[in-house]
Design a protein around this ligand. Structure first.
Ligand code: NAD
Ligand code: GLY
Length: 362
């Protein structure tokens, strides 16, 4: 193992193991956390092609009775129909309350399989095996599970913690570069919301971060993201307040994903654009300096991420904002930065200013 992080949540505590070739140890690690019996591995067709067999072998050789189900890849899979399909797979696999689910894939599989685990038989254990950078640094940690509705992102879900998170850095070698860059958007987020020195380190290492195979650097960066997320979640598991900082850039990001159609922008790309919007609003309303505002836009651009979406009119995004989970009484709430490393929650932005910021980003 190269890096271990603990998520401290009393009886719901668990470990995140980050390293190369750790997938081979999946079965033993499941035994170590007390899992037993039958297991259903849920993956998508891209990830399954590369890693399902390794996961199955590791689980079988540790004595588990294993079934596999493979879903189409992509955000569209995170929907209600797939939840019911997976309940049927759970029945076919004869999962009972002593059984568990393994989510092998990116954030789509993690959120969907986690939600099925949270609700099947009123909850059975599950393990996150994130294979995208975004899932390693964000979605596999902290217990948010859920699905999209046609009306909007992540509108149905449950807080439900995994028993274990296992991030095998070698899996990143097959991750398409577009998806890898999208994951970097969430990595940068942690610097903006919590850790200015980490942001500086990222700025200095953009080339190295984009290089495939730099395992040590990746372990350190992914580990630091997981530490920050674990610290935030340990203080505010159910998002009564602080945890909302993890949504920096997501208010506009989610609206854009919805308006453009899921998959047009992958999640991390939409977050990059939403973060530039939030940085500009922060400069106008929260005291962020123009220099730091520019550094935020520049780092995303240098990572090859989009920083504006000129094809989508503000009027469409504004409608989508009304069904954001953070919108109260028709007023969207934003996380804004006073400086890189420090943010506040619950900010409102005047209507005309939101439109001006969006139109000024092109
Ligand atoms: P994803 O799961 O769609 O994965 C991206 C693409 O990469 C998919 O095509 C997938 O098949 C492929 N892929 C993944 N790992 C691969 C690998 N190692 N090799 C080859 N291909 C691989 O998307 P994502 O970016 O991982 O996650 C986005 C989702 O996560 C969104 O639905 C978002 O809402 C959710 N999310 C949830 C949380 C949370 O806290 N629960 C946090 C952030 C994002
Ligand atoms: N990705 C936001 C959260 O986990 O709270």
């Amino acid at each position: 193992m190269l890096y271990d992080v603990s998520v401290n949540l009393d009886e719901r505590s668990y470990e995140i193991h980050i390293g190369a070739d750790v997938l081979d140890h999946l079965g033993d690690l499941c035994v170590d956390v007390g899992l037993k019996g039958k297991v259903l591995v849920i993956t998508d067709e891209n990830v399954g092609e590369y890693y399902a067999q390794t996961a199955l072998n590791a689980l079988e050789s540790a004595g588990f009775s294993v079934s596999l189900t493979t879903l189409p890849a992509g955000e569209q899979t995170k929907c209600g129909d797939r939840v019911f399909e997976l309940y049927s797979r759970c029945i076919e696999a004869e999962l009972d309350r002593n059984s568990f689910i393994v989510a092998l894939g990116g954030g789509v599989i993690g959120d969907l399989a986690g939600y099925v685990a949270a609700t099947y038989l009123r909850g059975i254990p599950f393990v996150q095996v994130p294979t995208s950078l975004l899932a390693m640094v964000d979605s596999s940690v902290g217990g948010k599970t859920g699905i999209n509705l046609p009306e909007g992102k992540n509108l149905v879900g449950a807080f439900y913690q995994p028993k274990l998170v296992l991030a095998d850095l070698n899996t990143l070698q097959t991750l398409p570069i577009r998806e890898y860059r999208a994951g970097l958007a969430e990595v940068v987020k942690y610097g903006i919301i919590y850790d200015a020195p980490f942001f500086n380190t990222l700025e200095k290492n953009i080339e190295n971060l984009l290089e495939v195979g730099n395992i040590e650097l990746r372990a350190t960066v992914i580990g630091r993201c997981c530490e920050i997320k674990a610290e935030v979640v340990a203080q505010d598991e159910h998002e009564g307040g602080l945890r909302a900082i993890l949504n920096f850039g997501h208010t506009v990001g989610h609206a854009l994903e919805n308006v453009a159609g899921y998959g047009t922008y992958v999640h991390g790309e939409a977050v990059a654009i939403g973060s530039v919007f939030a940085a500009r609003a922060s400069a106008l309303l929260a005291g962020l300096s123009p220099v730091e505002c520019a550094r935020i836009a520049n780092i995303f651009q240098a990572m090859g991420l989009p920083v504006h979406a000129p094809d989508y009119p503000w009027a469409d995004l504004r409608i989508a904002l009304n069904i954001d989970k953070k919108t109260v009484g028709g007023r969207p709430k934003f996380i804004l930065a006073s400086e890189i490393g420090t943010v506040g929650i619950g900010h409102e932005i005047p209507e005309e200013m939101m439109e001006q910021i969006w139109n000024g980003m092109g």
